[in-house]
Design a protein around this ligand. Structure first.
Ligand code: 5GP
Ligand code: ZN
Length: 143
């Protein structure tokens, strides 16, 4: 089990500090965010310490992916939310404060006042095709 002694989520996993745990298995832990964006805001973390999503071995990412729908259903049942956002910040530039991989599940209610700036742009002629070709190559690279 890899652990970072400085990491707050590793401390929660090892029960060094308390958390309101709602689900656990051999790979993952799910608990309430202590500063919720809305009541019932959940965090799913890996038991092992990985800084970001790109570090995850595929068996761990599969388990994470499988837990998301289950956690979403539980969130709707418990909070009565009309929907929810799934958010995974990767890197400080993306708003990641705790460098231990985690997904936020944020319950959403009508007129809850939550939101974020989504300033969408557009592509110049040819740029989207060029990027798509680069992506296609990157996706087929062995890891
Ligand atoms: P990030 O910006 O890294 O994606 O978000 C980290 C989240 O972890 C924040 O929403 C913050 O409220 C939550 N958090 C940080 N420390 C603790 C803690 O000790 N306990 C709990 N339950 N949540 C925490
Ligand atoms: Zn950690």
């Amino acid at each position: 089990m890899s652990r970072n002694p400085e990491c707050v989520f590793c401390k929660i996993v090892s029960v060094e500090i308390p958390a309101s745990v709602v689900y656990e298995d051999q790979t993952l832990l799910c608990f309430l965010d202590f500063n919720p964006l809305s009541p019932g805001h959940l965090l799913i973390v890996t038991r092992d310490h990985y800084a970001t999503l790109t570090e995850l071995p595929s068996d761990v990412s599969s388990k994470l992916g499988s837990l998301l729908p289950l956690a979403g259903k539980a969130l709707i049942e418990v909070t009565g939310a009309s929907g929810f956002n799934v958010l995974c910040n990767n890197g400080s530039v993306a708003g990641q404060i705790v460098p231990h991989v985690h997904f936020h599940l944020i319950p959403r209610f009508d007129a809850d006042g939550l939101g974020y700036r989504w300033s969408a742009g557009s592509y110049e002629e040819g740029k989207a095709n060029q990027l798509a070709a680069e992506y296609q190559k990157a996706f087929t690279k062995p890891s």
